[in-house]
Design a binder for this molecule. Sequence first.
Ligand code: MG
Length: 290
Amino acid sequence: MKYATFDYKGGRYVGRVNATEDSVDRFDLSETDVMQNGVCAIIGIEPPEVVDTISLSDVTLVAPVPRPHRNIFCVGKNYHGHAKEFASSGFDSSAAHGTVPQAPIVFSKLPETVIAHGDAIQIDTTASTAIDYEAELAVIIGTEGKNISTDNALGHVWGYTIVNDMTARDLQGIHSQWLIGKSQDTFCPMGPYAVTADEIDLADTFVKCWVNDELRQDSNTGLLIFDVPTIIAAISNGITLMPGDVIATGTPAGVGIGFNPPKYLVDGDRVRIEIQGIGKLENPMEELPS
Ligand code: MG
């Protein structure tokens, strides 16, 4: 199943996206619950009652989980090609520990960074002049758990979405901890939809990213260094994962910093990410007036 969180006639709703992707079945859910939890409002009550069917052209999509309760968990350097390009970029403050990590590198992004498909990603040149994209499959946790084993990990997954783990490379390089470079305002485009776990074959799902019409990233989730069960086991080691937690699993090779010279994003660029089975997440770059 494919679900959307959306605004329509002054309200916020969750619905099921129909197979032709031109309409959405709007669910009967409490608006408070939808405002707080987005698509996660349906966890545990699937399938909710359908109120009506609305044309997708009449709604405004918001991120599937528009304002997560907690920071977005993220995994760094989780594809071999990207680990190599980043370690050699000069901006990798973790490079002293080796090109390929021995354990998952986990950092986070502030919840306020989340924006929707179509929203502008801000370029604030007073803060950064090295802004980059990262196409990533993101896990949405459905069931609480702590010290989760790899064998049980996928049982805690409700579904998946797309995250663009936007990064200010200069700030990432200055600070050993990556939070500032990863949490600039608008730096977590998410969407356009969320899909239930059964829709994704983790062993073989393509991840692609274009800047304008240039294909920059073209990989497959089967190439993750640390797979989704390993990531969930690592993060839940002494930390309780909660329904609605979002985990971005890492980006493949082909980010802007992997080019010589680097191809940073500029005003007017459009970043489009496609992940098989989920859809296309596209956002324009917009430079703030100085
Ligand atoms: Mg990333």
